[in-house]
Design a protein around this ligand. Structure first.
Ligand code: SAM
Length: 257
């Protein structure tokens, strides 16, 4: 995975930490930052220029970006999959992260300044946005895209951390998680998690994932893959939520009283 950026120094603190650091040490992923400025031809290493027709800000020039991608192609000996980070791109999601994780040679281009020369778009196989807001540069977007995609590279997460249990992996949000102590400031861990009956625990987890999705992102339920049993759980949850509303409950935690 290559990241084309004007600020390579932003990446090491993020990628030399935790799971991504371990993935690189195990050779499961290889991340390289490529400084676009290194491909500028003039003595001043110019990578931006004024916009034709006037207007605010500076525009990233096409030449160094094209040169950088050519250099990567040469180094790889094959065509990489090039993603341009832009707020105008396809909205990033878990599905897209999974798709990008399967690309053996991924290049992310992080823009900066007011934007990039339109001809840079021709380099990209896909344009990706991390959300409907504008960042000062594509570096943070590249970190988000890489971090979320790397989680889907086989072997990066152990069984215990499996991405399959995460929110969105099957179209639902993940349900609540607890660790010790069993009671904290009057808030109790649900009894079922303490009883050690694995089937009951899986059913409870599935039901709570459905409940959380219903309460926070009901739109996801329209496209989630729900089994017959899930639909029964959904009906139960709807009934329980109506009853809870009628009682005026307002806290999901399991307090002692
Ligand atoms: N003027 C541009 C526009 O309206 O589309 C925004 C330029 S932004 C200040 C500079 C760079 O940050 C962009 O070229 C892009 O690479 C990156 N960027 C900003 N917001 C982003 C987002 N939501 N998703 C992905 N990249 C983003």
């Amino acid at each position: 995975m290559y990241i084309l950026t004007l600020f390579p120094g932003m990446f090491p603190p993020v990628f030399n930490t935790s799971i991504i650091k371990r993935a690189q040490e195990q050779d499961l992923v290889r991340i390289r930052t490529v400084d676009i400025r290194g491909f500028a031809k003039d003595a001043h290493k110019t990578v931006d220029d004024y916009p034709y027709g006037g207007g605010p800000g500076m525009v990233l020039k096409p030449e160094p970006v094209y040169e950088a991608v050519d250099w990567i192609k040469q180094e790889l000996g094959r065509e990489p999959f090039v993603v341009l980070l832009t707020p105008q791109g396809r909205r990033f999601s878990a599905g897209l992260a999974r798709q990008l994780a399967q690309k053996p040679d991924l290049v992310l281009i992080a823009g900066h300044y007011e934007g990039f020369d339109e001809r840079i778009r021709c380099l990209a196989h896909m344009e990706v946005s991390v959300g409907d807001y504008v960042l000062t540069g594509g570096e943070l977007a590249a970190m988000v895209v890489l971090d979320a995609s790397i989680r889907f590279v086989p072997g990066v997460l152990g069984d215990k951390e499996s991405a399959l249990q995460d929110s969105f992996s099957d179209g639902l949000l993940e349900g609540p998680q607890y660790t010790r102590p069993a009671e904290f400031r009057g808030m109790k861990v649900p009894e079922i998690l303490l009883a050690g009956r694995h089937e009951d625990i899986s059913r409870w987890r599935r039901k709570e994932a459905i409940r959380r999705t219903l309460k926070r992102r009901p739109d996801l339920l329209e496209t989630a893959c729900l089994t017959f049993e899930d639909r029964c759980l959904l009906e139960q949850v709807i009934d329980e939520e109506k009853a809870s509303e009628a009682r005026g409950d307002n806290c999901g935690h399991h307090k002692t009283n």
